[in-house]
Write a new protein. Structure first.
Length: 410
């Protein structure tokens, strides 16, 4: 009589069994839906119950499981991803406010392997479209407050509206990043009418919100896509100028960061020279310079609470306003230089990965441009293109299946 020994299931066997029943892509996209939904409504005037806030932290449990069981990484990739997450953890231990933003961004960045970037963009578009529709509808029906702010640029009596969001620039920033994702993902289906309509739409958007920088970015982005559309229809191929442009756009993020710091340092040295420019920028240079002089840059960030107008009347804030509407300085002061370098490096790596895709490079350029005037770059609820570093450029599974089918037919 022979006795058979039962074989213990090791880590690889357990992982293979899980992979047969669950897809890592599903875990990632469900986590993304949960996080983006909560992050979006945090910028609106809704009352959020405690349970709703807890949903935001579910990816902290789901994404490590996805990393361990579904991602196949080389030694170098494991080291790189561990370094990114470790820097986020250290930052979380030092920065006590909004720390989940950085840790979540790190986890979503390193666990995006085997997830098509197009799927990530689709989730981002759906969540933002649904969020904007719910917010505008709730605001219109009076369920949430439509905050009003004085807009002196149109005269003493003019009022700007936030349309259910905490501040007017938040509403237009959501619109800008939504349009950015839609333009990139569906560029083959859009015609010139869409771009022209969205350009004209910025006139009433600006009148009601006075969010000048966001509206200008949307107009410029639409004009660029119109130019690409007409060049494509006229059959013009890639010339020397476009090849040179691609090489330059790869480094648009560090260029804009250096430009931001340079302008602020020049303003701090000679504020009278940049007085008119600062008025045009609604005091952004003045507040950035004051923040840099008061706090300076840090390595891993500090617990600093900036005071802005979002969610409160200007009279209530008074002279306490000190918010920095510049992503590069905001991140360098509050979250630290290490995390700022990680963000910038992620975008450079993504641009190198998509160096032949002029539309992707333009998307990153406009993300970098808007970050000079607004603080949304570290917030994954707005800026999402950095996740493309580890994400798939296309669905490899479908591609491999096509290759196998082709090979079987020979």
């Amino acid at each position: 009589m022979t006795v058979t020994k039962s074989k213990s299931v090791g880590y690889k066997g357990f992982r293979d069994k899980i992979r047969e029943r669950v897809r890592g892509e599903w875990l990632y996209l469900v986590s993304l839906i949960l996080y983006l939904s909560v992050a979006f409504f945090e910028t609106a005037m809704f009352e959020r119950p405690f349970l709703f806030k807890l949903i935001k932290y579910l990816p902290l449990v789901i994404l490590p499981v996805k990393l361990l069981l579904f991602d196949d990484n080389t030694g170098a990739q494991i080291f790189l991803k561990a370094a990114v997450v470790l820097s986020a953890v250290i930052t979380v231990s030092i920065v006590h406010t909004e720390s989940s933003m950085l840790l979540m961004a790190a986890l979503f960045l390193v666990s995006a392997g085997d997830v098509p970037f197009k799927s990530i963009l689709k989730v981002f578009i759906i969540v933002n479209l649904a969020g904007m529709a719910v917010t505008l509808l709730a605001c219109g029906m009076g369920f949430i407050e439509n905050l009003k702010y004085p807009a002196t640029m149109f005269g003493a009596g003019h009022i700007s509206y936030a349309f259910g969001f905490k501040y007017t620039t938040d509403a237009v920033a959501h619109l800008f990043f939504l349009i950015l994702a839609v333009y990139y993902l569906y560029r083959e289906r859009l015609n010139h009418c869409v771009y022209l309509v969205l350009i004209l739409l910025q006139i009433p958007v600006y009148i009601f919100t006075t969010a000048r920088c966001g509206c200008i970015c949307i107009i410029l982005l639409s004009i660029v896509y119109l130019i690409f559309l007409f060049r494509k229809k006229n059959g013009k191929g890639e010339g020397k100028l476009e090849k040179c442009l691609k090489k330059c756009l790869v480094y648009s993020m560090p260029f804009m960061a250096l430009l931001s710091f340079g302008l602020v340092l020049l303003y701090m040295r000679s504020p009278e020279v940049f007085l008119k420019a600062d008025i045009l920028l609604s005091g952004r240079l003045k507040f950035a310079g004051a923040g840099l002089a008061k706090y300076g840059l840090s390595v891993f960030g500090r617990n600093i609470e900036f005071t802005g107008w979002g969610g409160a009347p200007r009279d209530a804030v008074g002279e306490n306003y000190d918010f920095i509407d510049n992503s590069y300085l905001f991140c360098g002061i509050k979250f630290g230089v290490i995390w700022l370098l990680i963000l910038i490096s992620s975008y450079v790596a993504a641009c190198k990965k998509y160096s032949s895709d002029i539309y992707f490079l333009v998307s990153v350029f406009f993300t970098a441009l808007s970050s000079v005037f607004e603080h949304h770059l570290p917030d994954m609820g707005y800026a999402i293109f950095f996740l493309s570093v580890f994400a798939l450029k296309e669905k490899q599974g479908a591609k491999d299946a096509a290759v196998k089918k082709k090979g079987a037919g020979k």
